[in-house]
Design a protein around this ligand. Structure first.
Ligand code: FNR
Length: 427
């Protein structure tokens, strides 16, 4: 837990308010408990106490040793800035263009499966906050709210598909996504099967959820989550289902029926080429790390890639995206490169952009923010990160993020000397 009394008391307040996770209007953001949140990590610290351990771990955890997740975050420490001085930055702004749209900040809300089991109607809260903040929000195939309902809340939402290597199922799914009005399609390719999430087993979390004594004790001791998320969802919307894995509605989250993950391990570049021919809008491949694959993505006609190790939730020890970014950026051509994994500060976003990314993406912080205070919490998270970026731009000496390049960053690892030009080399 955070030892800051302000955040502690904020989390206690949250724990005692049964509907604290409901979707609210921005006016609620003025509420006292959000004032205690000064940085994205504060949301996670606050949620540590207010969510049952199994739910907190489901969001916060990685796989096996946690190396891929830790290194993803730690890689941002490997770079330092070489800011420029005496530059008039009074016209600075964080607006960034991507796929024909100008967003107010260079980061997106990533796809978060199962989000509505963490925070009440989380996908709607995330979609609305993205809309009011003018940043992208990507709805997950593993979400529990119909994709048609999410695009009604935010007509600019993107959709992320988990696809099987089956042309007929792919076509039917794309028809549904297109008919709903989505323009930007993300296909996640790092999940042929699920990674080894031991922490779910240890904390008692499973899909379907089994009502073991461990699960019952955790639920009963966290009434804010039990009543405000689970109870409220069942009362108002019935039993949550996996709504968006296939063209038709999937099984209930709590049933023993298999989710349609069948044949995901057969998905290949042939299918990507097929999708490219069918999908008219921007196509983005999520979950690439190998520079070789990023070249294949470009050759397959993808408009963009999300360089990602799934936040350390799939293959442990998968390289930190930031560390492969310079090589990937060198071969990206006209393709846009979006980076995720461990981004928590404006400085992280700016480092990724300086190393060749066109945009960035965050997952966990926005879901914790939704759990903490619904839409208002997510809006607060977006505002904090945007403000950090704008402040850091002045301190770096740039007016727009497109001015950033590798001359603004240096390898800050011990043993690396910085040459007077700003280029760096190993001692
Ligand atoms: C995810 N992520 C994810 N990615 C994806 O393509 N489809 C999905 O359904 C999900 N689901 C999901 C659930 C939860 C609870 C988390 C935390 C993450 C991965 C996500 O989109 C993103 O790649 C990472 O979260 C980025 O790392 P950070 O920002 O969380 O460190």
């Amino acid at each position: 837990m955070n030892d800051s009394p302000a955040v502690l008391s904020a989390s206690l307040t949250a724990a005692s308010v049964p509907d604290a996770g409901v979707v609210r209007g921005p006016a609620a953001a003025a509420g006292g408990k959000l004032a205690a949140i000064l940085a994205l990590d504060d949301f996670q610290r606050a949620c540590r106490g207010s969510l049952p351990r199994m739910i907190y771990q489901y969001v916060a955890g990685g796989v096996e040793t946690g190396s891929a997740m830790r290194n993803g975050q730690a890689s941002y420490e490997d770079y330092g800035f070489t800011p420029r001085a005496l530059i008039d930055t009074s016209r600075r702004h964080a607006r960034t263009a991507l796929f024909g749209q100008t967003y107010d900040a260079p980061f997106a809300i990533g796809p978060l499966g199962g989000a509505a089991f963490v925070a009440y109607r989380a996908d709607i809260a995330l979609a609305r906050a993205a809309r009011s903040s003018n940043i992208p929000m990507i709805l997950s195939a593993s979400s529990l709210i119909r994709l048609e309902d999410v695009i009604a809340a935010n007509p600019n939402a993107w959709f992320q598909a988990y696809l099987a290597g089956d042309f007929t199922r792919i076509d039917r799914m794309l028809d549904r996504v297109e008919a709903a009005g989505y323009r930007n399609l993300v296909v996640t390719v790092d999940t042929p099967i699920l990674g080894n999430r031991e922490h779910n087993i240890r904390s008692g979390f499973s899909m379907p959820i089994r009502l073991t004594p461990k699960v019952m004790v955790q639920s009963a001791t966290h009434p804010r989550w039990l009543l405000g998320v689970v109870g409220r969802t069942f009362l108002r919307h019935g039993s949550p289902h996996f709504e968006n894995t296939e063209a038709e509605r999937g099984p209930p989250m709590m049933s023993r029926a298999l989710r349609n993950t069948v044949a995901r391990d057969q998905l290949s570049w042939r299918h990507i080429e097929h999708i490219r021919k069918r999908w008219r809008g921007p196509l983005v491949i999520k979950g690439l790390i190998s520079p070789r694959d990023t070249i294949l993505a470009r050759e397959s006609g993808a408009d963009g890639i999300i360089l990602s190790n799934h936040g350390g939730r799939q293959l442990d020890h998968a390289m930190a995206p930031l560390r492969v970014l310079p090589e990937v950026a060198a071969h990206k051509g006209a393709m846009k490169v979006i980076v995720d994994g461990g981004i928590r500060r404006g400085t992280d976003v700016l480092k990724a952009l300086a190393l060749g990314a066109d945009f960035t993406l965050l997952g966990r912080p926005f879901l914790f923010a939704a759990s903490y205070a619904g839409q208002a919490g997510v809006e607060r998270a977006v505002a904090i990160l945007t403000e950090e970026i704008r402040r850091d731009m002045a301190l770096l000496g740039v007016n727009t993020v497109t001015e950033l390049d590798t001359s603004f960053v240096c390898d800050a690892r011990p043993g690396v000397v910085v040459a007077p030009t700003g280029a760096s080399g190993r001692a």
